[in-house]
Design a protein around this ligand. Structure first.
Ligand SMILES: [Mg+2]
Length: 184
């Protein structure tokens, strides 16, 4: 695979933005040749205060599985949160994953038998989720945070993300088939 130049712009600009995880369909992933998906939990699948997956989340994972797409949970949250969320899903799950570090991502791919060429990351934060997978030249799919924290630190992080979201829409402008402009 051709190595990408790791400019800040490449590292932090997602490849795809969707309105919600549920719109990231097996058909879409198949078209990209994606066989495995590394998924963030908080604000990507569910808000912080939702301890377990609801029916929509369960059905989405079932559709991935039915189409031969492997999935793993990669979260920077602590083990009790991740273990309870994963109780009914039974996926390979990695709490305290250390994103934007890539160590856990490499470990998860080994377990899933996938490689950077056929694995994508799905999350809600460019500074952790996009950066972690772009360091390995993998595809980054982003959704707007379901329910963002309103602390000053989080607002600052969102402010830092803004130029890269604009960057995305600059290159995807006019063909926003995946998401409505303005949702992120
Ligand atoms: Mg998150």
């Amino acid at each position: 695979m051709k190595k990408k130049r790791h400019t800040l712009s490449y590292l932090l600009t997602p490849d795809y933005i969707f309105d919600t995880f549920a719109n990231v369909t097996p058909e879409f992933l198949n078209k990209l040749g994606i066989k495995a998906l590394l998924i963030d939990i908080d604000n990507t699948l569910a808000p912080y205060e939702q301890p377990e997956p609801d029916k929509r989340i369960q059905e989405w994972f079932a559709a991935l599985e039915a189409n031969g797409i492997r999935a793993a949970l990669i979260s920077n949250n602590h083990p009790p949160r991740v273990e309870l969320f994963n109780r009914t899903l039974g996926l390979p799950a990695y709490p305290d994953s250390g994103k934007p570090g890539s160590k856990t991502i490499l470990e998860a791919m080994k377990v899933m038998g996938s490689s950077p060429e056929n694995t994508a990351g799905l999350g809600d934060q460019l500074l952790t989720d996009t950066l972690a997978v772009h360091r390995l030249d993998m595809i980054s799919i982003i959704v707007p945070p379901i329910k963002d924290k309103t602390t000053l630190f989080f607002r600052f992080k969102r402010w830092l993300e803004k130029p890269y979201i604009r960057n995305y829409w600059k290159t995807h402008g006019g063909q926003s088939t995946h998401s409505e402009k303005g949702s992120l």
